[in-house]
Design a binder for this molecule. Structure first.
Ligand code: AMP
Length: 133
């Protein structure tokens, strides 16, 4: 059965897309720790990120790098942090989280509540910065 992330990639479930190429897809986390919290996923469905081939893992990080740079351009921050947690959804993903301080990366922090218009505006801002890479 396809994961929820595969359904998002296929367009069967809506998402706030920020970037895409032939192998990877990036979209806003629906429960963001901060504005700009983004997930990067491989289109090939694997549960564990280290089940990817070396080449896929390297390419995923290059893709994530360009998304991170776009996030930073759209949402100025000290650095974009990267986290692989991945116990909830069995589809490998990297969290990209703009940080002003280290504690912005704490998954135990309360999540932001944003409305549809806010999510759309954030995704559009990152997408614009990404397309301009
Ligand atoms: P984890 O597997 O622990 O990294 O958590 C999965 C992440 O995916 C969580 O941060 C969720 O908020 C996020 N998530 C789950 N479903 C969706 C969805 N439909 N759209 C966007 N983000 C999602």
């Amino acid at each position: 059965m396809a994961t929820i992330f595969s359904k998002i990639i296929a367009g069967e479930i809506p998402s706030y897309k920020v970037a895409e190429d032939d192998k990877f897809y990036a979209f806003l986390d629906i429960n963001p720790l901060v504005k700009g919290h983004t997930l990067v996923v491989p289109k090939r469905e694997v549960d564990y990120i280290y089940d990817l081939t070396d080449e896929e893992l390297a390419a995923m990080h290059v893709f994530a790098k360009h998304v991170a740079l776009a996030i930073q351009k759209a949402f100025p921050c000290r650095k974009v942090g990267e986290a692989v947690i991945g116990l909830e959804v069995p589809h490998a993903h990297i969290h990209l989280i703009p940080m002003q301080k280290e504690s912005d990366m704490l998954f135990s922090n309360p999540k932001l509540k944003l409305d549809d218009a806010e999510f759309k505006a954030i995704a559009e801002a990152i997408n614009k910065a990404w397309e301009g890479k």
